[in-house]
Design a protein around this ligand. Sequence first.
Ligand SMILES: [Zn+2]
Ligand SMILES: [Zn+2]
Ligand SMILES: [Zn+2]
Length: 308
Amino acid sequence: MLTFTDDAVTAVILGNMQDAGLPHAGCTCVRCTAAFEDPARGLFAACLAIVDRREKRDTEGHREDAELHREKARIYLIDATPDIKFQLNLLAGALGSHPQRGNRLRQPDGIFLTHAHMGHIGGLPQLSKEAMFVNGLPIYATPPLCELIQQTRLWSPLVQELEFRPMPGGTAVNLGDGLVVTAVPVPHRDEWGVGTVAFHIQGPSKSLFYLPDIDAWEQWPAAETTLRSVDVALVDASFYSADELGGRPPVAHPLVTDTLARFAPLADRLMLTHLNHTNPVLDAGSAAETSVRQAGFRVAQIGDPFIL
Ligand SMILES: [Zn+2]
Ligand SMILES: [Zn+2]
Ligand SMILES: [Zn+2]
């Protein structure tokens, strides 16, 4: 369970792997075998939480009662991953108890979805009646992604418990007191024509950019100016090099080697996330991990906090 700084907005990493996590279904590679044998070596699919624990002050500047304040923490997830039950549990201390069911966690205050791929929406069924049983949970996503989920008949019982808040690319949602989340369209394979967005999160003092999936840096001309404009950027690092593809055609993700070269001057603010199980950057001390570290970049780790 994670703990959070009082009276602050914190973004926290809840997962750093490509959609399928570690271990990867059906994989017998060394990393996956180790994680199947020892689940403690597993890693969750890419996910970020925003935890707003700012205290409200009255007109004379007095803080409100600490107990009351804790109940009022606002908690948002970016993406609903197949690991959502574990990721919600990491937030147990911040979520607190369900208002009516004492042995359950309170539901989060909203979930922002980047796109329709499995690792980003695959946790939604865990919110339905058979599992967490949320009620009126706000879901922020592009209008066509909201529609796609609403039209998926398999999920119709769940859909009744969600409150869709269509959020076209380029629009912002004000979460209160200077905390603003903006959806930024990015190029990424799009089987259903529902788009992919990254999220720009502006806190009261710092900003964070969350970009777990993008096809190629060349296809997004605003990349450098966008990444340069924020305090921290979490970016797609699915594959380290073409060696992982075993001769298969290039995949729709930038290679870490390219990202390191292209954004070398931004190493202080770039963090790598959404790593595929094949990525040697996962192995501490490997040549790939060493090259990332020596270039001044970091790999996002579960629990990494960023005070916004
Ligand atoms: Zn993904
Ligand atoms: Zn594997
Ligand atoms: Zn994707």
